[in-house]
Write a protein that binds this ligand. Structure first.
Ligand code: PGA
Length: 252
């Protein structure tokens, strides 16, 4: 998959079924100013089927899951497998979100298994990573991110990478209203691309899409998306308001 412009909405543990359908209907009505932009929404598990039906194969609009199990199937109460997601036309899955790492203690080893399962079931992955505030303050943010990328992506091939999108999400910016400046985002995205070139190849680095996440909103998206190495955004809070999300989609 070559480099794409993407705006993805991570709804987290929000919305009811009716709210989810309404939100997706409103987003569907948006006249994209740039028809190449991929839109992806990540509703809670129980709503994926209905959201996918509502989207109904509209162009460049996809449904994703916020998580999937590291196990393939079996006695794992409460888990949702990649096979189940595939069977309800779920096209994407988020892996490595900081809230999963922090509150559910997900390890790199588990993230590798989750990505393997997703790819095996033809589900595209958005792999999230990013530094904590103390790492940014201690200027170890580049080495932290490099480690996060190396420890997980070294288990995959350059071909696997065609179905993986990256999302740089500095933890200090998630849900805080404090956004990385366009310069901070650009510097890190360029560094991520360099890391991918070292791990795989320059071609792989040029082809991979790298999204920014962390208090990206209708006001700051344009400036962030104008950065050379920022290919779009992974949006939390602002993806729950159709107008704001559509403004972000139209910010390229
Ligand atoms: P936020 O969340 O936009 O609300 O900061 C981003 C995310 O967690 O993906």
């Amino acid at each position: 998959m070559s480099r794409k412009k993407i705006v993805a909405g991570n709804w987290k543990m929000n919305t009811s079924l009716n709210e989810a359908i309404y939100l997706v209907q409103q987003i569907s009505k948006n006249k994209n100013t740039n028809s190449e932009v991929l839109k992806i929404v990540f509703p809670p598990f129980p709503f994926i089927t209905e959201v996918a039906k509502t989207i109904n194969n509209s162009a460049n609009f996809y449904t994703g899951a916020q998580n999937c199990s590291e196990f393939l199937n079996g006695a794992y109460t409460g888990e949702v497998s990649a096979l189940m997601l595939q069977s309800v036309n779920c096209n994407y899955v988020l892996v490595g979100h900081s809230e999963r790492r922090q509150y559910f203690n997900e390890t790199n080893q588990q993230l590798v298994l989750k990505i393997k399962n997703a790819l095996q079931h033809s589900i595209n992955v958005i792999f999230c990573f990013g530094e904590k505030l103390e790492e940014r303050k201690g200027t170890t943010h580049f080495t932290t991110v490099e480690k996060q990328l190396n420890q997980v992506l070294s288990h995959f091939t350059e071909t696997d990478l065609h179905n993986i999108t990256l999302a740089y999400e500095p933890i200090w910016a998630i849900g805080t209203g404090e956004t990385a400046s366009p310069q901070q985002a650009q510097d890190m995205h360029a560094f991520v691309r360099k890391t991918i070139a070292n791990l795989f190849s320059t071609k792989a680095a040029n082809n991979i899409s790298i999204l920014y996440g962390g208090s990206c909103n209708a006001q700051n998206a344009k400036q962030l998306f104008a950065c050379a190495d920022v290919d779009g955004g992974l949006i939390g809070g602002a993806s729950l308001k159709a107008d704001d999300f559509c403004t972000i989609i139209n910010s390229f």
